[in-house]
Design a protein around this ligand. Sequence first.
Ligand code: FE2
Length: 302
Amino acid sequence: MLNDSQINEFHRDGFVVVEDFIDAASREALRERALQLVDEWEPHSESSQSVFTTDEQERASTREFLDSGDGIWCFFEPGAVDAEGNVTRPRHLAINKIGHAMHDLDPVFSEISHRPELAEVAADVGLTDPLALQSMYIFKQPGIGGEVGCHQDATFLYTEPISVKGFWFAIEDATIDNGCLWAAPGGHRSGLRQLFERTEAAGGIPAAHSTSDDDADSPGLTRFRELDPTPLPSPPGDLVPLEVPAGTLVVLDGLLPHWSDVNRSAISRHAYTLHCISARAQYPSWNWLQRSTPLRPLGATA
Ligand code: FE2
């Protein structure tokens, strides 16, 4: 699927932008299905209306968040929930994202995620025996779509050796105004800064920083462990914006530092992401995301 210059670009920069990868009908199918999932979603209780911000991911680590690796869960934008916990706008404009197993559990997401052309791209960028691990539909809502702090995906989806690759699909146009991705070209050649781990599986003492008053019944479920104190590039100056039209695929190396800003515009910026790892790598039991069923090879039919 990728030509030599695109493959070279991926190895040089840690990412490659492929325009016109996903057609309008498929984008619309994903968008409609995402809105339907939001509409049909039943939180287990009022208190399980999980608010999500990757800027403070450890604070969002409720039991529901940890269980969502195996299911389909909706996370609210902090800006859509008032101090009493009431959602202040229509739900389809209040959700930050849906995660994290639509690629396995939902027929529309599954069909699009496992198309052979994506498996070919994975092979082109050197991912051997790819397994589809995690999916997210990100809404980046107008006016409130939150910042996603600068990070490396391998922090959250670690394997030994590191193998994770991100496949990011623009469902709508992504611009600086509506909070497009930004990336640090070549930043994938630096080391992994930190790990995000389950404290229970890591046998660790619950971390003080991940305990909060408003999350008192699930204290310290996760924590960050520092591997390398070198700071990640500082946004926006150290990164370049990836303004791309709807239909574009961006492939991201798992070590590439990337970031996205708040969406301050009146236009949403929907995106779908699928993260894959190699079946040849070891997946530790302390990763936050754990599955009770085997991962499906990328491109395999359900
Ligand atoms: Fe990411």
